[in-house]
Design a protein around this ligand. Structure first.
Ligand code: AKG
Length: 409
């Protein structure tokens, strides 16, 4: 008798008991063998003409401004009204969600991807790698590029050492002063070394520093790192999951560190601010009030996923959350504040922008699936007039990058 294949229950099977509707949707969309009829059910704001629009799952809305007048990195959306104003969409099933497909031009996408990989993965922005590896101050991308140019690549590729207590290579040469902190007992800032001199009271009544902090504290690992070893820059890039911008996020307490605030990158601030402006008429949140205070850049390899979660760490609940997608397309699920509600699946493509405000700001959402092989042709090195781009494309063709920006206070 032949060997029996292990049983995998179909997504809606009673063999998945006591699962919330959101969890069932996540498991459904995680599948490597997504059936064509399931793929056909996805809401695709960038599809032209979009069947989702025809099915009233997306409703065209008019933006306050014609996007190219706000930023030279904004293109016109695929559809424009008679005044030339771009069309964005709301999704009636998820009140407060706004989708602006194809907002970022190919040139804009190239700029943001390059900056995300090269500039924002270097100190003073802290990445998931910094906890475990002592990335030299010249930065991960710089090391990676050097390894690409090295003739005897395998032999010459430098290793990134493990981080050991008290040793931060970057501290020796970087302009900022670095300290290594212990996340476990929260004692890293007991002595007030990082106390900020200038504080301002936000609309939420919290005292928020209005200056950026030059001191970076890298939390030491709370788990055993015995099995980790020094790695090459290309290995490290595959393990890169996130980098944080502005107020640094404490992943353990799920709060922002008021005393850890590297300067927010002007390019991302500008794009986010102009998106906020473009949707002022819909959100009612005036761009004058907007401050790009914190951001996370998520780096996904093809098999990565982001589990269902709510973004609840921001105190300012009126400000929208702005989210940009680059590289391979993905399936984005968003529901309500209750995991028992079935989420809707949305296809996010490179250059798309998503705005969460109102009810959707606190809705559960997840990213169960990256769709490999969907990085757009206009991003291939042959299509982009930039000699440096080839190395970035080499990474992006198998990846997705999400840049999201929040006003915290
Ligand atoms: O990658 C995405 O599009 C979603 C990211 C996200 O939900 C988050 O960082 O909270």
């Amino acid at each position: 008798m032949g060997k029996k294949k292990p049983f995998t229950p179909p997504p809606d099977s009673p063999a998945w008991p006591n699962q919330t509707a959101f969890r069932v949707a996540e498991r459904t969309w995680k599948r490597r063998d997504l059936p064509p009829e399931l793929l056909a059910s996805i809401i695709d704001p960038g599809g032209n003409p979009s069947p989702a629009v025809q099915a009233n799952r997306l409703v065209p809305i008019t933006l306050a401004y014609n996007p190219p007048t706000l930023s030279n990195l904004f293109g016109p959306s695929p559809e424009t009204d008679s005044n030339g104003r771009a069309t964005a969409y709301s999704a009636p099933e998820i009140p407060g969600l706004i989708l602006i497909p194809g907002l970022i031009t190919p040139e804009g996408q190239v700029q943001v991807v390059k900056a995300s990989l090269k500039d924002y993965t270097a100190l003073p922005n802290v990445t998931n790698l910094d906890t475990h590896w002592d990335i030299p101050s010249r930065g991960l991308w710089h090391m990676y590029e050097q390894s690409l140019h090295s003739e005897e690549r395998q032999k010459d590729e430098a290793l990134i050492p493990m981080r050991h207590d008290g040793t931060v290579e970057g501290a020796k040469s970087a302009a900022a002063a670095f300290r290594v902190g212990k996340v476990a007992n929260g004692s890293s800032d007991k002595d007030g070394e990082n106390a900020l001199k200038s504080k301002t009271t936000s609309t939420s009544g919290i005292e928020v520093p209005d200056t950026t902090s030059t001191q970076i504290i890298i939390d030491l690992p709370t788990t055993d790192t015995q099995n980790l070893k020094a790695i090459t820059a290309s290995e490290a890039l595959k393990r890169l999951r996130w980098t944080s911008l502005g107020f640094q996020y404490n992943w353990s307490t799920k709060e922002y560190h008021l005393d850890r605030r590297p300067p927010f990158p002007p390019l991302i601030d500008e794009l986010a601010t102009q998106v906020v402006k473009s949707v002022e008429n819909i959100t009612g949140y005036n761009a004058e009030r907007w401050i790009s205070e914190a951001g996370i850049i998520n780096f996904y390899q093809e098999r990565d996923a982001l589990m269902a979660h709510q973004d609840r760490s921001e105190i300012n609940t009126e400000a929208p959350l702005i989210s940009f997608s680059f590289g391979n397309s993905s399936v984005f699920l968003i529901g309500s504040e209750n995991r028992d509600d079935t989420p809707i699946p949305i296809l996010l493509r490179s250059g798309d922008v998503l705005v969460m405000h109102g009810n959707s700001r606190r809705a559960y959402h997840a990213l169960p699936r990256i769709l490999g092989g969907t990085c757009p042709d206009y991003l291939t090195p042959e299509s982009v007039n930039d000699a440096q781009w080839r190395a970035f494309y080499n990474y992006l063709k198998d990846a997705r990058i999400n840049v999201n920006v929040r006003q915290v206070y």
